[in-house]
Design a protein around this ligand. Structure first.
Ligand code: BES
Ligand code: MN
Ligand code: ZN
Length: 496
């Protein structure tokens, strides 16, 4: 599916399907008016039948509209003109896309990007439309013997904008396409089962990306981690026969003296909980506990595709969290790479254990900023549900920057406090820190744990437990927060 920016006037359009908006009640959008006059009032005639009154998300597919060179015209309801907000617009575009993909049209042109959407720019509309289209066309790699009948995906889709807007529109579309591909990489990795997507497999993916874009890639092995004193990471890995990997990829798009942005992604390829075993129901979903790792790989791919003029390093601590005779036990105490000792009171709070050593390790890069991304706590799902990522930072300005990036990308994050008042929930009688802080404010105490290891730099933590995955009928990886991260990087590169 090829997406392009065009400014073809409607009367010259030859795409197999033209998409135009209709407002409630039976009010023509700007493009619909043009279409109506070319067709000598045909739309008025159709609308007067009452088959379509412009209700948000409604659609009506017309064929052979008089004097229109396109075979099909797809009307899409935009709701009330005075209340066209972002959510309504997205609902309408999703309906139009569903109807378009259900038709046999091989090419299409969207004539609804010129409608004013409250609080959103033209760039936002272009990006969101591109992401919706790519999400619709996305086919999760299924491991089925007989593939299902292939979905009908249009070959060429153009976004029609005013001629004087086409160059910014093209840059926006490039950004959107890079984000879509990054999300697809993250989705594919998140959906792969734990027996295929192992730490070694993730390392292989990093190497593949590095080769494709000529980036530096380093994989630290167990013996390297032993030398570095990454005993918290090693403690999590010791109950599994899959060897742990610590994956690093460096992208150099900026000046060599420019401090890198570091993204750290939690890479637990399966989280059974360890000796603090999880209940059996839905345990399969813990294959996506490497969603943080997948998203930093996706963001790196987008960054390299866009050739952003920044330096970026991604770091992925990766292992499995399983129980066996060698596994770490509740009460065990380990000395982290930072020198602080941790009492592992619950082996299921393993994300913070692998992250703390990664966060200490990345100090050596003298980072401009470090952002870790992790499916860290079930408590975050309770707090924010599946809409917002939990956002924590030791710097207000960075928190605002990430919140804004999430808004611009429509991949939103919401700030939660990191006040010192929560820190003593991590007190231990036997070590410097316990790895759990009790039931109250579970996401915050997890972030507090990480904050003990991030004092050397500006840092933020994104808890994506609720946003990286969908359960139920639509079970699968979402590709979040690749859009947020890519927007953050593009903004740092002055590209958005
Ligand atoms: N990977 C889980 C967090 C998680 C839970 C992500 C549900 C997505 C959906 C994490 O390793 C974990 O098990 N956290 C524990 C922490 C607790 C033991 C303090 C949790 O949230 O229950
Ligand atoms: Mn766990
Ligand atoms: Zn986990």
């Amino acid at each position: 599916m090829e997406l392009t920016i065009k400014y073809t006037p409607l009367e010259k359009q030859r795409a197999a399907c033209i998409i135009v908006g209709i407002y409630e009640s039976r009010q023509l959008s700007a493009s619909a008016q043009i279409l109506n006059s070319i067709s000598e009032g045909y739309l008025d005639k159709i609308l007067s039948t009452g088959d379509m009154d412009g209700q948000k998300g409604s659609t009506l597919l017309l064929h052979h509209v008089p004097r229109i060179t396109s075979e099909r015209v797809l009307l899409v309801g935009l709701g009330k003109a005075e209340s066209l907000d972002g959510r309504t617009w997205l609902t309408a575009m999703q309906s139009a896309i569903t109807a378009l993909f259900a038709s046999a049209a091989n090419t299409a042109a969207f004539y609804c990007l010129d409608e004013t959407v409250a609080e959103h720019s033209n760039e936002w509309k272009i990006e969101q439309l591109a992401l919706l289209l790519r999400a619709q066309a996305f086919q999760p790699g299924k491991l089925k013997k007989k593939p299902e009948t292939p979905a009908k995906i249009p070959k060429k889709i153009s976004f029609v904008v005013a001629e004087n807007e086409s160059s910014t529109a093209k840059a926006t579309l490039d950004l959107a396409v890079a984000i879509a591909s990054g999300m697809e990489l993250a989705k594919d990795l998140g959906n792969l089962p734990g027996n295929i997507c192992t730490p070694e497999y993730l390392a292989g993916q990093a190497k593949k990306l590095a080769k494709e874009f000529q980036l530096d890639c380093e994989i630290l092995e167990r013996k390297d981690m032993e030398k570095l004193g990454m005993n918290a990471l090693l403690a999590v890995a010791q109950g599994s026969s899959q060897p742990p990997k610590f994956i690093l990829v460096h992208y150099h798009g900026g000046k060599s003296a420019q401090a890198p942005i570091v993204l750290v992604g939690k890479g637990i390829t399966f989280d059974a909980g360890g000796i603090s075993l999880k209940p059996a129901a839905e345990m399969d979903e813990m294959k996506y506990d490497m969603g943080g790792a997948a998203s930093v790989l996706g963001a790196l791919q987008a960054c390299a595709t866009l050739k952003l003029p920044i330096n970026l390093t991604i770091a992925i601590p990766s292992c499995e969290n399983l129980p066996d005779g060698m596994a770490v036990k509740p009460g065990d105490i380990v000395t982290t790479m930072s020198g602080q000792t941790v009492e592992i009171l619950n082996t299921d709070a393993e994300g913070r254990l692998i992250l703390c050593d990664a966060l200490t390790y990345v100090e050596r890069f003298k980072p401009a900023v470090v952002i870790d991304v992790a499916t860290l706590t079930g408590a975050c799902v309770i707090a924010l549900g599946h809409h917002a990522t939990g956002l924590f930072s030791n710097q207000e300005a960075l928190s605002i920057e990430l919140e804004q990036a999430g808004l611009a990308a429509h991949d939103r994050a919401w700030p939660l406090p990191l006040w010192d008042d929560y820190q003593n929930q991590l007190d231990s009688n036997f070590a410097d820190i316990g790895n759990i802080g009790g039931r109250p404010a579970g996401s915050i105490t997890a972030a507090c744990f990480l904050s003990r290891f991030t004092k050397a730099y500006t840092w933020a933590h994104l808890d994506i437990a609720g946003t990286a995955w969908k359960s139920g009928k639509e079970k699968g990886s979402t590709g979040r927060p690749v859009p947020l991260l890519t927007h953050f990087l593009a903004k740092r590169a002055n590209k958005v």
